[in-house]
Design a protein around this ligand. Structure first.
Ligand code: MTE
Length: 319
């Protein structure tokens, strides 16, 4: 299904990377000089004005790639978020009026700190960081995204899993009144994902609450979503309401829907073809139709940080 972007989005309203970087330098200068941050210049009409606010006190992270990030337009108009439709251009339209507040996160299972937490209370102990990550989708496209988030490892440590916790499971909101896509059973809702505890304790994964220095747009998983840069995009579960520490491998939506095509691990692996396409190369969104595809890197290029997690595991069988 092809749905046009809202007619009120004019190309001139979409921020280029140059504008973003200029604005960032300007704001950093402002922060140094005066200690206060000004409201941002318009980033575009894609996200309603009242939802768009700058996140305060964001540190830059040493884990960032120096690859050029995709534009705000690419990142917020070409999305997978089946709760708001199965087309790439559905979420920008159908998530537009989604209200990600009030929001709670329920922590259950084998951990000392369990319970239901208001989103702001949940976030309070953690520092916000900007991490520019290469992202690779299973459908063979990729983007570079300047996320803002908190370290998942810090969150896990804070929640104090017990020795019985071997996995961390995540669950998305399942609300047909606010998410039109869940009225159709394209997946067994709610959307679910999981990581091993060792993966979750690795320094790379973040729970993202923003991008381009601003509050996360609805279509990208507001108010909080997972980002695991060495895994295919489908592991990056959006709009999280539940975290559970489990002994057994938790169910994951795509693995349950099509186990031959989508594994629990979902590590980016150019050597193992998806049953319907090769995974050896990728198309960078926004590079233009004539741009050549690029080689896909094992673990999406993050091998030095994560390859040790899979020593002794046959990654052809455990895909
Ligand atoms: N999370 C939920 N709840 N529902 C979804 O349909 N799609 C996944 C993932 N997280 C999805 C989800 C897939 S397939 C991808 S590629 C990424 O979100 C896309 O994230 P993005 O739209 O921010 O690029």
């Amino acid at each position: 299904m092809l749905i046009r972007k809202p007619s009120d989005i004019r190309p001139s309203e979409i921020t280029s990377r140059e504008n973003y970087l200029n604005r960032r330098q300007f704001m950093q200068a402002g922060a140094i000089a005066g200690g206060t941050l000004l409201a941002p210049a318009a980033l575009g009409a894609i996200v309603p004005e009242e939802r768009r606010s700058r996140l305060p006190d964001v540190r830059e992270s040493a884990f960032s790639t120096d690859a050029t990030p995709n534009s705000y337009d690419d990142i917020t108009t070409y999305n997978n978020f089946y709760e708001f439709g199965t087309g790439k251009d559905d979420p920008v339209v159908y998530a537009r009026d989604f209200e990600p507040r009030p929001w709670t996160i329920t922590v259950e299972g084998h951990a000392e700190k369990t319970g239901t937490f208001d989103f702001d209370d949940f976030m309070r102990p953690f520092d916000l960081e900007e991490r520019i990550y290469r992202m690779r989708c299973v459908e063979a496209w990729s983007m570079v995204i300047p996320w803002v988030g908190i370290s998942l490892a810090s969150v896990v440590k804070h929640l104090q899993p017990t020795s019985r916790a071997k996995y961390v499971a995540f669950e998305t909101l399942n609300d047909p009144t606010r998410m039109p896509g869940v009225r159709r059973r394209v997946l067994d809702w709610p959307y679910r994902e999981g990581l091993t505890i060792a993966e979750a304790m690795n320094p790379l994964p973040i729970l993202a609450v923003g991008l381009y220095g601003e509050v996360l747009p609805n279509q990208n998983g507001a108010p909080i979503r997972l980002v695991v840069p060495w895994k295919y995009g489908f592991k990056g579960i959006k709009s999280i309401v539940g975290i559970r520490f489990t002994e057994k491998q938790p169910p994951c939506s795509w693995n349950e829907a099509q186990p031959r095509e989508y594994g629990f691990y979902a590590n980016v692996n150019p050597k193992v073809a998806h049953p319907r396409w090769s995974q050896a190369r990728e198309r960078r969104i926004g590079a233009g139709v004539f741009a050549s595809k690029q080689e896909t890197l094992m673990f999406n290029g993050y091998g030095e940080h994560v390859a040790h997690l899979y020593e002794g595991l046959d990654l052809r069988r455990n895909f």
